[in-house]
Design a binder for this molecule. Sequence first.
Ligand code: ZN
Length: 480
Amino acid sequence: MASNNPVLNKIEELKPTFIKRLSDAIAIPAVSGDESLRPKVVEKAHFLAKQLKDLGFHDIQLKDLGVQPPPVSDSNLKLPPVILSRYGNNDSKNKKKTILIYGHYDVQPALKEDGWDTEPFTFYLDEEKQIMRGRGVTDDTGPLLGWLNVVQAYREAGKELPVNLITCFEGMEESGSIGLDKLIIEEADKYFKDVDTVCISDNYWLGTKKPVLTYGLRGCNYYQITIKGPKADLHSGVFGGCVAEPMIDLVHVLQSLVKPNGEIQIAGIKEMVAPVTETENQIYEKIDFSVEELNQAIGSKTSLYDNKRDILMHRWRYPSLSIHGVEGAFYGPGAKTVIPGQVIGKFSIRTVPDIDSKKLDQLVIDHCNKVFAELKSPNTFKTELVHDGNYWITDPFNKSFTAAARATKDIYGVEPDLTREGGSIPITLTFEKALKTNVLLLPMGRGDDAAHSINEKLDVSNYINGMKIMANYLLYYSED
Ligand SMILES: [Zn+2]
């Protein structure tokens, strides 16, 4: 092993303590999406604040984010607090770097009846397989506690932490991170003033064997097309043939957006996509992934591509257009002869560098207007943006990534794969912009951890090795 950081042995030694801490945390059903469980989310915040205090963190603040905006059934429902705290100080003698650690302590809903093998909020350790199960073990309570555990290991090994830490732990991540953007922007020059870099441990390995570091996320622009015709739904036996049907118009417009092979048909988008570089080609070459893994994940053999490179590039670095549904259309079983009077078609585009979001909106709207005009329909037509979130990309060879790659290699003996993700973690971009620093996504769990699903798990080895990586990452990042 390349590193002889004594903290690593201490982590091994403290394994039972760390498993117990995770077990205690999992017992609190901090489901942010369930209003009736809001007191539990707050209870978990206090539980963590106590842990932080016991471990020597200071300036612990439970930041009040006010009441939750509608839609809520309790109009006075308070948002759970964001936990800010510090470890170490930056005075004139102490020139350590400062890393902001982001994590979330809320979890997705879970009920035994959903199909769990054990109670989701009762921690379960499969001794034989060395797998821990429970809602939140991998998303994101386990990784969040990982940082606390690492601080404990440093302390008990008698080693000074090589960097200063600032925590930003939120309790609304699974419910849209309401209020967090504002807080980050407000605290950028205050609590977060000295932050040199941000580390987020809230995503996963691509597969189950090879560790990864993540350097990019796609954005998402979501659109809807509203077509209005008859004042109310009509019967096709009575009016079919003599009225312009909104649904027919919509199908024509939707089919013009994308080909069945995934190719987006809207002019001007392709031109905005950054060309593939040689470095990038090399990154994809090395990634451990196969078509079979995709088939397994989607439960079918319906991939558009037959090789690793095309699959991953189309998931991560090219835009994609998906058609999600039609509001107002008949969708139930049977053969209802309705002519919907108004329909709303929904679709979104996953965005990548260097797509300009505003320009994209214009291209989409112009395209839809043009296609609709060609239909010469008397119906009214409108395409609009519902919401957007930008993509994120960073240099996977910057100081923070280099430190994390070295730390990963120490523990797993291999260079981590450099991955991107097809979805988004909007807060990543907020940190980067507001704090004017870069962000590292350092996952702890595996691709099959079932984060939002039943039987969420985290392998004990990922928990322990993940902490060892964190410990060495702090060390390597502190070095100049
Ligand atoms: Zn998460």
